[in-house]
Structures are given as structure tokens and as C-alpha cells.
Write a protein that binds this ligand. Structure first.
Ligand code: UDX
Length: 430
């Protein structure tokens, strides 16, 4: 099939290259000409394991191309994916400005039947909105369909998730549209659920909100565990054996970050409010998550009454391992709070340093290795569970620090090992 994917962010670029890998002809479009230039030079605008190789291979096979020319892309494709950003507005609602602009261009440039696929996470009812915008910009009436096929990929695992989805959700307004989408997704060999457009839009929000709820739930259990002297790791393990609960997304820590959970949870609270529904559970999930990231600072304050003038190493800046993404990363708030307490922060991340310098503007010291970051510090805070950090050389680190204190925001460091080396170790709820 001939496809266009508009928007070369995580979702767009990864889906585009995966569809190309399956043998489709794919044009990736972005209005950011710098990004297109990079992609045409086979440089990736994001860090994602395996992405570069897959793009290179499909460019070589002439199955994928990159352009800023949306007109040409729309005219020459049967199926057009919208995969642009829906960033949060100050009130938490999703900003549909980019979706609207793309829908207008599709309407303007479509020459015959097109299947328009919404892959961005959009409020329930956006399918109808896109339909209206497309029709408004058509020079003359041309038939088209709108479908919602939400993307469930995780950053850092994006290719793997896209090629092996747990399920494919197709929210379609006509049988014709549903059949085209089914055929396109057949090679993934995943269960396919065909729904109406609004239900598909809701499935994406409900899934992310549910997973976020699991995380905030276990984080509150962790906070209580600390007070009653239980160990949340054991508690989560015991809960996880119950198949109705499952063992995934029960890792307690400093809470969720990233481009999806924070944005989608607040957006769903707003969607509910817009129909006069007070989504109390989800509001609490968001609230718990906002506070949870400061747990590591509370732990530090239990050790030092006064943090003024102390040196602290913050290890891991990305919102999770295997990505260079810092969107809504706990590290940002933790560092801000440390600076406000007049702490000298030394930071290190294996991959996200470049992005971090653009986002964290405070006066902190960026280090080029773990060992450089920990030299002379009064405490270490582990914020992101990169393999390199978990497996760090704690013996050498013990000889470099000023005080042997580890605050583990992800409960991933071997506490027996570091305690045997003389460290004071504090996890979350353990
Ligand atoms: C998420 C969803 O998993 C994906 O399906 C959706 O399409 C987009 O949002 P992503 O944000 O890439 O993907 O990362 P994910 O691996 O799901 O982690 C989200 C956040 O939750 C991270 O900050 C992670 O550290 C945190 N998390 C996850 C926990 O704190 N505890 C857990 O047990 C699991």
C-alpha cells in the first residue's frame, strides 16, 4: 500500500519505518525541514534502539522517503496517518492545533479517496473534528474515511512494540475503512479489535490512565510500607502472582514521567470535566505522582537536617532508561528543588546529556561519567534506572565520594552489596 505518515516524532517515525519494513511504500512528512534534512542524511532526530538501522535498510530498499512536501505526499498516498504532537495546554487539555493544520492540508490537497488515520492521542470526538476540517478545506467534495488506530509503543522499546503489538485497535466509521486497516495490520499477527471511532480514542486514554493508576497505587503502598516497616518490593511481588493483578507496572519509585502518562492522565481528567464528570481516582493518581518525585529529597533530609552547600550527584536524567527523552522527567523537578535548597548538583546520564543541557538551565555541573559525577559528593541520588548505573562500580565510587549515601529512586541497586561497602542505602518503601 502507498502510505504517508505526517509527523516524524516517536510515533510517526517508528510506525512509518515499521510499515515500510513490512513492504509498504511510505512517505514520512514533517514541516520541520531540519528534521527532514537529518533523516535524509540518515541521522535520527531521536535516540531509539534499532531505529537507525531499520531506517537505513528501508531507505536502501527505496521503501521509505522523507519530505516536507505535504501536498505531494497526500496526492500520492492511499492511506494518510496523522501522527503529530498533541501537547498539553496550560489547563491540561490536549492542544489540537497541529492536528487541525494537518487535516486542513489533507482536505486541500486530496485528489481522490483517502483513508485518514489518526494515530496521535486525541480527545474523544477528534475523529469528527478532523472530518469537519477536511471537508471545510476541500475544493470539491471527494470521498474519504477517518479511522482511529491508537499507538501503544513505549519509548526505548518502540520498534519491538510496533512490530509485535499486544493488540491492534481499529476505530472505523465504515466497513471499507476497517477492511483496509485490517489488511494493512495483518502481518503483525496481533489480535485486532474493530470498534467505533470514539471507543478507539477512549481505549488509548483508558489504557494509559489505568497503567498510571497502577504506578501511583504501588507508590502509595510504598509510602505506607515505609511507615509500617514493610518492603514494597516483596508486596508487589506477592500481588503480581495474582493473574488478575499481574506483575507489570508495580515498580515503586519516584513515579511516572514521559510524553504520554502525564499528558494523557491530565487530558482525561479534562475530558471527563468537559462532560461534567469528576474523575476522582485519576485526579488522585496525578496528584500522587506529582508529589512522589520529591520522595528522594525527603529521604535526603532525613539524613541531613540542612542541605545548604551540600554536593549531590544526580544519576540518570532521562524520564526512563533507553531514551534521551526528558519530557516530564522527575530529574527536572528534583534538580530544581535541590538548587532551591542551595545544593551543588553534579549530573550524569548515559545518553540524555545533550537534551538535558537544553532543558535543565539551572547552574549544575554536567559530568561525563558516573565516576566524575560522584567525586566528592555528600550523597548520590539515582533517578533513572539505566543498566550502566545499576551495574556501576560501587567499590570505586565508595572511594571517590565524600559521604557514602545512596538514595535509590527506583529500588534497583543491590542494597546488600552497597551496604557491605559501607554505604547508607535508602530506597522507596523498602
Ligand atoms: C507509555 C505506555 O507504556 C505506552 O503504551 C504508551 O503508548 C505511551 O506511554 P512510555 O511513556 O514510553 O510508554 O514509557 P513506559 O515504559 O510505559 O513508562 C512510563 C513511565 O512510568 C516511566 O516514567 C517509568 O519510569 C514509569 N514506571 C513504569 C514506573 O514508575 N513504574 C513501573 O512499574 C512502570
Amino acid at each position: 500500500m502507498k502510505l504517508s505518515v505526517i509527523g516524524t516524532g516517536y510515533v510517526g517515525l517508528v510506525s512509518g519505518v515499521c510499515f515500510a519494513e513490512l513492504g509498504n511504500q511510505v512517505i514520512c512528512v514533517d514541516k520541520d525541514s531540519e528534521k527532514i534534512k537529518m533523516l535524509n542524511n540518515l541521522e535520527m532526530p531521536i535516540y531509539e534502539p534499532g531505529l537507525k538501522e531499520l531506517v537505513q535498510n528501508n531507505v536502501q530498499e527505496s521503501r521509505i522517503s522523507f519530505t516536507s512536501d505535504i501536498k505531494e505526499a497526500v496526492a500520492s498516498s492511499d492511506v494518510i496517518f496523522i501522527a503529530v504532537g498533541t501537547p498539553p495546554l496550560p489547563n491540561g487539555q490536549a492542544d489540537l492545533r497541529f492536528i487541525e493544520a494537518v487535516a486542513a492540508s489533507i482536505g486541500k490537497y486530496m485528489n481522490d479517496y483517502k483513508l485518514i488515520v489518526n494515530k496521535s492521542t486525541v480527545p474523544v470526538g477528534t475523529g469528527d473534528f478532523v472530518r469537519e476540517i477536511v471537508m471545510k478545506h476541500q475544493a470539491e467534495p471527494v470521498d474519504f474515511d477517518i479511522v482511529s488506530v491508537p499507538e501503544f509503543l513505549r519509548e526505548g522499546n518502540a520498534i519491538q512494540d510496533s512490530m509485535n503489538p499486544d493488540r491492534v485497535i481499529i476505530g472505523a466509521s465504515s466497513n471499507k475503512a476497517a477492511e483496509i486497516m485490517k489488511k494493512l495490520h495483518e502481518p503483525f499477527n496481533a489480535p485486532v479489535l474493530i470498534t467505533d471511532v470514539k471507543s478507539a480514542e477512549m481505549i488509548k486514554y483508558a489504557s494509559n490512565a489505568f497503567l498510571a493508576t497502577k504506578i501511583s497505587f504501588i507508590n502509595e503502598i510504598a509510602n505506607i510500607c515505609e511507615k509500617v516497616g514493610a518492603n514494597v518490593k516483596e508486596v508487589a511481588k506477592g500481588m503480581g502472582y495474582d493473574k488478575r493483578i499481574g506483575d507489570k507496572f508495580l515498580n515503586a519509585g519516584i513515579g511516572y514521567g514521559g510524553s504520554c502518562f502525564p499528558k494523557d492522565t491530565t487530558a482525561l481528567v479534562e475530558i471527563a470535566a468537559s462532560v461534567d464528570y469528576d474523575f476522582k481516582i485519576l485526579k488522585s493518581v496525578v496528584d500522587v505522582n506529582k508529589k512522589q518525585r520529591f520522595k528522594v529529597i525527603d529521604s535526603l533530609k532525613q539524613i541531613y537536617d540542612n542541605l545548604d552547600g551540600k554536593k549531590v550527584a544526580v544519576l540518570g536524567l532521562a524520564f526512563k532508561p533507553n531514551t534521551d527523552d526528558l519530557r516530564e522527567a522527575p530529574s527536572i523537578n528534583i534538580i530544581e528543588e535541590l538548587i532551591a535548597k542551595n545544593v551543588h548538583v553534579k549530573a550524569y546520564d548515559p545518553i540524555a546529556m545533550n537534551n538535558a543541557t537544553k532543558i535543565i538551565r539551572n547552574t549544575i555541573t554536567y559530568s561525563s561519567s558516573v565516576l566524575e559525577a560522584v567525586e566528592g559528593v555528600d550523597a548520590i541520588i539515582l533517578v533513572t534506572e539505566w543498566h550502566e548505573l545499576i551495574e556501576a562500580d560501587w567499590f570505586t565510587i565508595g572511594n571517590l565520594v565524600n559521604k557514602k549515601i545512596i538514595i535509590d529512586g527506583r529500588n534497583v541497586i543491590d542494597s546488600d552489596l552497597v551496604e557491605s561497602l559501607g554505604f547508607i542505602y535508602k530506597g522507596i518503601g523498602v
